[in-house]
Each structure stands twice: as C-alpha cells, then as structure tokens.
Design a binder for this molecule. Structure first.
Ligand SMILES: Cc1cc2nc3c(=O)[nH]c(=O)nc-3n(C[C@H](O)[C@H](O)[C@H](O)COP(=O)(O)OP(=O)(O)OC[C@H]3O[C@@H](n4cnc5c(N)ncnc54)[C@H](O)[C@@H]3O)c2cc1C
Length: 135
C-alpha cells in the first residue's frame, strides 16, 4: 500500500491545480483520474464547446461575406469539424500529460504520482482505486 500526504480525486481543472499546489508545498501527492485528464474543462465542456462556438461563428461570418459577392460558400462537413475539435481537445490533454511527466522527470523527490481509475474512499485515510480506463 502506497502512502501519500495528499490524495486528489479527479484531474479536472480544480484537482489538477490542487495537486500542483500541493507539490509546491512539497507534499507527496497522488492525483487519481477515472476518465480523462483535464475533466470538463477540456473534454465535453469549456474547451470543446467554445471551439465549436468559435468555428460556427467564423463559418457564419465567412458565408455572409461570400454571399455579398454572390459566391457560394463551400460545404462544411460535420465530421471534419468534429475531427478538428477532437484534435484540439487531444492536443490540450497531451499538454497536461506532458506537463505532469516533465514535472516527474525534473524532480528527484517523486512528489507527484498520477493513477487512472475510479477512486473510492474506504476510510478517512484509505482510498481504493478500481480499475479504470484511461482515455
Ligand atoms: C458545456 C460546458 C461548457 C463550459 N464552458 C465554460 C467556459 O466557457 N468557461 C469556464 O470557465 N467554465 C466553463 N465550464 C465549466 C468548467 O468546465 C467547470 O467549471 C470545470 O471543469 C470544473 O472543474 P472541476 O475540476 O471542479 O470538475 P470537472 O472538470 O468535472 O473534473 C472532475 C474530474 O474528476 C473525475 N472524477 C470524479 N469522480 C472521480 C472518482 N471517484 N475517481 C476518479 N476520478 C473522478 C472526473 O472524471 C473529472 O475528470 C463549462 C462546462 C461545460 C459542461
């Protein structure tokens, strides 16, 4: 059984920031995520919804400009746009992962650990991690 000063459940924006701050304070920290690093800040939330919104706005504006000159706007395929959004989300997730790995590599104190799985609080001081699927 591994021991930590602090266990953070959930690597969304709040959990990620909490874990980083704990490492700043030299606490041996475990960050547990059952699904995707970044939580709703990245996947199916802030980043993806705003990327969709921005792309829609730009497409509408582009169409409006072309219409003024009687030029037909090219068709936009939903799958292409969806692919673009997925790429953005994956890129941001990879940046977070790389940040964690860099932190782990650059420090000899091994203060930060990241594990994937569903965390269950068994007692106030014991947490079990059920097998999870990293996405
Ligand atoms: C559609 C949408 C659009 C948004 N747009 C904006 C925006 O424009 N600007 C803005 O500021 N905010 C926006 N938000 C809100 C923002 O995404 C949230 O405020 C933020 O993600 C909350 O962060 P969090 O870390 O508290 O929770 P979450 O992001 O929900 O992260 C919680 C994490 O904990 C994990 N977890 C939970 N339980 C367990 C467990 N038992 N074991 C292991 N892991 C666990 C989850 O898998 C998840 O990754 C938006 C949200 C949505 C849904």
């Amino acid at each position: 059984m591994n021991k930590y000063d602090l266990v953070v459940i959930g690597a969304g924006p709040a959990g990620y920031a909490a874990a980083m701050r704990a490492v700043d304070f030299k606490k041996k920290t475990l960050l547990i995520e059952r699904n995707r690093l970044g939580g709703a800040g990245i996947t199916n939330g802030a980043l993806s919804s705003k990327t969709w919104w921005e792309l829609s706005r730009e497409t509408a504006s582009f169409r409006k400009s072309l219409n003024r000159y009687n030029i037909h706007a090219p068709q936009v395929a939903y799958a292409d746009v969806q692919g673009e959004v997925c790429r953005d989300v994956n890129e941001r997730k990879a940046m977070l992962e790389e940040h964690i790995h860099q932190l782990q590599r650059s420090r000899n104190d091994q203060l930060l650990d990241l594990k994937y799985g569903q965390a269950k609080l068994r007692t106030p001081n014991r947490i079990e991690i059920l097998a999870g699927e990293q996405k």
